[in-house]
Design a protein around this ligand. Structure first.
Ligand SMILES: Cc1cc2nc3c(=O)[nH]c(=O)nc-3n(C[C@H](O)[C@H](O)[C@H](O)COP(=O)(O)OP(=O)(O)OC[C@H]3O[C@@H](n4cnc5c(N)ncnc54)[C@H](O)[C@@H]3O)c2cc1C
Length: 387
């Protein structure tokens, strides 16, 4: 059993100042009312170009992001690596729609692969398909809708960007995650991800697709994916529960189609854990990254590693969390010699804002109920006081 309650290990590289800052941050976010005002204020002020960037940078940004550039993120990379936690540099400019923005995201992802190639502390790179292509085009590809002449060119450019990333990953022997997004563009993403795996995963896993287990159809998808790849190429999967739950339900309701996601949490949990079992059962052909902050799922993967007589640090098995969240999982797993990495988002403050707002919302609890992050911080502050 992993003791996720070892807070001394979990907060080993946090100074008292770090802890106090985190306390103030999570305390503010835990209040629904304060959190709503904060997010509104941040959006409004940035829109009107009020000079509040430095406040955001010193607080919520400092906690959840590495820096505005890869170079600025080096301190975070080094700090995590002191505890043998790898970094996944995640250029987090979201909601962009121009060719310039897509080429900028491409350039950043290529730079993160170059950086990973020469750094033991960076085991993976990552990209979001919507960072490289217009959402509307991905939606049309997904639904096999006709594209205009210009859109056909944009589709080709998008495919070339994805291939450029995967080819560099292959040439530099760096593994790369393709993030999963909304279900109404995910078939398009799955399709290009499988093509890239077929092309670049012949000898070993370098390209990983992401599977969202809140979707009712993903265990079937994983099984069919395993069959398609058999004797042909290796499969890489990042398993997550899924980040667009509310949007999925709302869209299905508005458009009157069957809801694609589970609406009972335990059903998502059951599918997540079944996917972990399926991957470990097929580990000869699969590499898996458990992208989760769920202790039970992390413990299950630990148990499966033991049950199948695999090494704790088997290079095909990784645990991964987001920077600034669930350190009690990351640091305790890494201290027990499992492979652990953290997403370290970076980018200009204004561009990273949608990511930060998601983190604020995620950490806002139902009135009166204290979040796990906050209660861990309070317990660690108390432990230090008692020494
Ligand atoms: C390293 C990493 C990479 C990630 N990459 C992606 C990605 O590429 N794409 C993506 O979509 N997300 C991604 N995520 C986010 C992830 O999908 C989850 O939103 C987040 O990690 C919370 O889930 P959890 O497993 O940590 O655990 P938990 O806190 O146990 O589960 C919360 C999750 O359960 C699901 N859920 C909540 N309520 C219900 C309900 N009533 N019925 C059914 N299910 C419910 C939702 O998915 C929710 O996010 C990533 C997360 C990490 C840590």
């Amino acid at each position: 059993m992993i003791n996720f309650n070892n807070l001394k290990t979990a907060f080993s590289d946090k100074s008292d100042t770090d802890l106090n800052r985190a306390y103030l941050l999570f305390k503010s976010m835990s209040n629904r009312f304060v959190s709503k005002i904060l997010t509104g204020l941040v959006q409004f002020s940035l829109k009107l170009h009020f000079p509040i960037k430095f406040i955001i940078k010193a607080t919520v940004y400092k906690h959840f992001c590495g820096g505005e550039t890869i170079e600025e993120s080096q301190t975070t990379i080094d700090k995590l690596w002191q505890s043998h936690i790898g970094t996944i540099l995640d250029f987090s400019a979201e909601g962009k729609e121009s060719a310039n923005d897509f080429n900028r995201a491409l350039k950043q992802t290529l730079a993160s692969i170059e950086k990973a190639a020469v750094s033991d502390s960076i085991p993976f790179s990552v990209f979001k398909p919507t960072g490289l292509c217009k959402f509307s085009i991905l939606e049309k590809i997904n639904n096999n809708n006709p594209l205009s002449a210009d859109e056909k060119i944009e589709k080709k450019e998008y495919e070339a960007r994805v291939d450029a990333i995967c080819k560099l990953a292959f040439d530099k022997n760096v593994a790369v995650f393709i993030d999963a997004e909304e279900s109404w563009i995910q078939d398009a993403i799955d399709s290009i991800a499988e093509q890239m795996m077929e092309k670049y995963n012949k000898q070993k896993v370098l390209i990983y697709n992401t599977i969202q287990l809140y979707r009712k159809d993903r265990i079937d998808y994983l099984n069919s994916f395993l069959r398609r790849a058999e004797n042909n190429y290796f499969i890489g999967v990042k398993l997550v529960r899924g980040a667009y739950h509310e949007q999925e339900i709302a869209k299905a309701k508005a458009n009157n189609y069957p809801c694609p996601v589970h609406t009972v949490k335990t059903n998502t949990d059951t599918d997540y854990n079944s996917a972990l079992e399926l991957c470990i059962k097929n580990i000869k052909r699969v590499a898996v990254c458990a992208g989760t902050h769920n202790e039970k799922s992390a413990q299950l993967l630990v148990d499966l590693i033991e049950k199948h007589n695999l090494n704790k640090n088997d290079e095909r098995i990784y645990f991964s969390q987001l920077l600034g969240m669930s350190d009690h999982i990351s640091y305790n797993l890494s201290s027990a010699n499992y492979n652990v990495s953290k997403y370290v988002p970076y980018g200009p403050i204004r561009d990273v804002l949608p990511y930060l707002i998601r983190r604020i919302k995620e950490n806002t609890s139902i009135a009166g109920q204290m979040g796990r992050e906050l209660s861990n911080i309070i317990a660690e502050k108390q432990r230090r006081k008692n020494i």
